[in-house]
Design a protein around this ligand. Structure first.
Ligand code: AGP
Length: 615
């Protein structure tokens, strides 16, 4: 998730761009850059690192001009380096592009453009757009009034993916052209000036009148004028809206807390995780994962190492990989692995799961596994993180920056990444029938829509939280994958609500913990695993017999469950292997609403840090 900024008007562009980028820094950054049009020439300054590094660069080499674009990068393709920072130019340096999102078919486009003689400087997917625009604009008649817009339209017609792009060109130095395809883009309407940004906070110092660009729309901004068209160039009539949020709310996209914003971002994040990795022929293509010849066939054990929420994702990964790829998987808490003389060998794959890629325990365990000869595969969110740099293979979860300490969208995207990995391993090992793989991949593709559906059911979850906000103890039970989700649901509640909660394999209750179950200990029962449905119902009966209130998480088509639970939080029916991605959502929301009722600091709970870089 990158930050985009554009300005055209009567003031100097540079300070406005830098201020806007500063306000977008919460979207994550590993590099930044600006381009300003000066005397008919596009001047670019960019650098790896925080915005302050770029500020140092422009202090040494200033830029003057009343039209410009700026970008903070959150890398998806290519390491965070000076060269990979945006803006990216074409061969002539006359056209520059900034971009938020992913161009799925960039490799094919790049090869074609290289064959046509275009010279590439970076490893990014973005650069293909600059060269495509260069190729297209030369085909446009010189007297065509909107030739830049026409060239951009012709370029994006060749690109596949989710993106927002902003283009500045010396050919038409009075305008900026932008296109939105899924990634956010907003026009700010000023007095004799126009702005563009990927989020509203960057616009608020200048205007509260905005036009939110929709998917498949183009915006052409000039001083005092904005035109919106579709991708065939047909003009669209749009009216601005007035923003009434304060700056703090605007940074959170209108949400009161980052955690709620990130819970709400899950459909988009899931979409990005999957995008470009499942092809039409039901194959999985995991960019960044390249096992050596024969490795998968010889593979005799998989270790999953991680901490906290990432470990809980690893537990789902264990179940799914064993089930689909028929290879033993040992999930291990990263802080434990090092001290148990693990039996790790060259025929072993260690999967280290970490949102930040910087968790000290996870890094230590990953290094330990590697030192024993294991191949190391990282599942992480942060391109350029230590884990990503040290691993043999990397599968990025593409969740975008996660700011709240309580991990939500990183968890669900880790699940999907591990599920894709499991299908891929199963197919490569020849133990997963292609028809079953196709079924699962179709299910994965549909998850973002279903996750949106679950989010739309937040009302009953909030009402439940209101009623149970004063509770002191809670239990979460489930079997198989439901048990793994129970662990994550319980952790979410603990870390932001500060109440005692425990997750148990439902069948284990009667071996001790049942003694703690009373009418004052609500029990959340996950009931999505059809193969053990009756067994879980029997466990529900055990707790109800002790007076506990049961809140079940179950499928819409489960007609039985209402007889066994006081409250049922429903999710749409899916393949049981994919259910964790949906079942966690009501539990995340419940934890959030309880913590809000209890008046806690949601985004920075006491005693906890987002990234634990000490052992
Ligand atoms: C969960 O909400 C926590 N933030 C925590 O358990 C976290 O998942 C853990 O510290 C691991 O972090 P990582 O994914 O960045 O390695």
């Amino acid at each position: 998730m990158c930050g985009i900024m554009g300005y055209v008007g009567t003031r100097q562009a540079l300070p406005i761009l830098l201020d806007g980028l500063r306000r977008l820094e919460y979207r994550g950054y590993d590099s930044a850059g600006v381009a300003v049009l000066e005397n008919g020439t596009v001047e670019v300054r960019k650098s790896a690192g925080k915005l302050s590094v770029l500020e140092g660069v422009v202090a040494r080499e200033p830029l003057a001009g009343r039209i410009g674009i700026g970008h903070t990068r959150w890398a998806t393709h290519g390491k965070p380096t000076d060269t990979n920072a945006h803006p990216h130019g074409d061969c002539t340096g006359r056209h520059v592009v900034i971009h938020n999102g992913i161009i799925e078919n960039f490799l094919v486009l790049r090869e074609r453009l290289q064959a046509e003689g275009h010279k590439f400087r970076s490893d990014t997917d973005t650069e293909v757009l600059a060269h495509l625009i260069e190729a297209e604009i030369t085909k446009m008649p010189a007297d065509l009034k909107d030739r830049l817009a026409a060239a951009v339209r012709a370029a994006v017609a060749q690109a596949r993916g989710a993106y927002a792009i902003v283009v500045l060109s010396a050919d038409q130095p009075d305008r900026i052209v932008a296109v939105r395809m899924i990634s956010p883009l907003i026009v700010g309407i000023g007095d004799g000036e126009m702005l563009l940004a990927s989020d509203i906070p960057a616009l608020l110092p200048h205007t509260r009148d905005v036009l939110v660009i929709s998917d498949g729309e183009m915006a052409i901004i000039e001083p005092g004028r904005v035109r919106i068209t579709d991708l065939d160039g047909r003009p669209l009539a749009r009216s601005p809206e007035r923003i009434t949020w304060d700056a703090a709310m605007a940074e959170k996209g209108g949400y009161p807390h980052f955690m709620l914003k990130e819970i709400g971002e899950q459909p988009r994040a899931l979409h990005e995780t999957i995008m470009g990795r499942l092809d039409e022929l039901h194959r999985v293509e995991l960019d960044g994962v390249r096992y050596p010849e024969g490795f998968v066939e010889r593979l005799d054990k998989v270790w999953v190492v991680a901490c906290g929420t990432a470990y809980h994702a690893g537990l789902v990964g264990r179940w799914t990989i064993e089930h689909l790829a028929r290879v033993p998987v040992e999930p291990e808490l990263a802080s434990e692995l090092r001290y148990r003389s693990p039996l790790i060998e060259g025929t072993t794959l260690a999967i280290a799961v970490s949102q930040s890629g910087e968790t000290a325990d996870t890094l230590a365990a990953a290094r330990e596994a590697r030192a024993h000869g294991s191949r190391l595969l990282a599942v992480t969110n942060v391109v350029g993180s230590t884990l990503a740099r040290e691993a043999d293979d990397v599968l990025f979860i593409r969740a975008g920056p996660e700011i709240a300490v309580a991990s939500t969208k990183a968890y669900s995207t880790m699940l999907v990444a591990l599920q894709m990995l499991a299908v891929d391993l199963g197919l490569r090992r020849g133990v997963l029938a292609p028809a079953r793989a196709a079924e699962l991949l179709a299910g994965l593709r549909h998850l973002p829509v279903l996750a949106q559906d679950v989010l739309s059911r937040s009302g009953p979850v909030e009402a439940l939280a209101e009623r149970l906000a004063g509770l002191e103890h809670a239990f979460f039970i489930g079997r198989g994958l439901d048990y793994a989700v129970a662990m994550e649901g319980s952790l979410k509640l603990k870390e932001i609500s500060y109440l005692h909660s425990e997750a148990l394999a439902a069948g284990e209750l009667k071996h001790g913990t049942l003694a703690l179950v009373t009418r004052d200990t609500p029990v959340f029962a996950l009931v999505t695993q059809r193969a053990v449905y009756e067994k879980t119902i029997a466990n529900i009966q055990e707790v109800r017999a002790r007076g506990a209130e049961v809140i079940a998480i179950a499928y819409d088509d489960d007609r039985e469950i209402a007889k066994h639970a006081e409250t049922v939080l429903r999710i749409p029916p899916v393949d049981d292997l994919l259910a964790p991605v949906l079942a966690i959502v009501p539990l995340q929301l419940f934890a959030y609403y309880v913590a809000v009722r209890r008046g806690h600091d949601i985004d920075q709970p006491r005693n906890l840090a987002k990234s634990v870089t000490v052992e």
